[in-house]
Design a protein. Structure first.
Length: 140
């Protein structure tokens, strides 16, 4: 992975074999990013994507291995308990051009991933909501 910072934006290239969320977290920690939005495109050979069941308050995830394009990757960076908290959703398309999408919990790059991190001033944190079953944004 390599990246370059331009004021409050970072352009990153995540390389073949690297895990997207790990590399994003590495950048955020190195650059001391507390609040940002993230977008990316690229290709993956493996992804774990899920959907949150609001009745059961749990994620159901499916693992996908093969040839996939990232048609969209969007999300946020915030903090929870003083640590970087990354929340990303992705849509990927296979050879048949069918799109799979949802909450991204793991993704390994097969060719490249081009990422833009838009850093915001200030800090937004998260706290667990027992009612919802998720870590929700908390505004200070």
């Amino acid at each position: 992975m390599e990246y370059k910072r331009f004021d409050n934006k970072i352009i990153a290239r995540v390389d073949k074999g690297e895990e997207i969320l790990c590399e994003l977290e590495r950048i955020c920690e190195k650059e001391n990013i507390k609040h940002a939005t993230v977008s990316a495109i690229g290709a993956v050979s493996f992804a774990e994507i899920g959907c949150f069941d609001t009745n059961e308050k749990k994620y159901y995830s499916t693992k996908y291995a093969g040839i996939y394009e990232i048609t969209s990757l969007e999300g946020t960076v915030s903090a929870m308990d003083g640590k970087t908290y990354i929340h990303i959703h992705a849509a990927i398309a296979g050879i048949d051009n069918r799109v799979i999408g949802g909450h991204l919990s793991h993704a390994v790059v097969s060719a490249t991933c081009e990422m833009v991190i838009d850093i915001m001033n200030g800090e937004v944190s998260r706290a667990f909501s027992p009612e919802i079953g998720l870590n929700l944004l908390i505004f200070k």
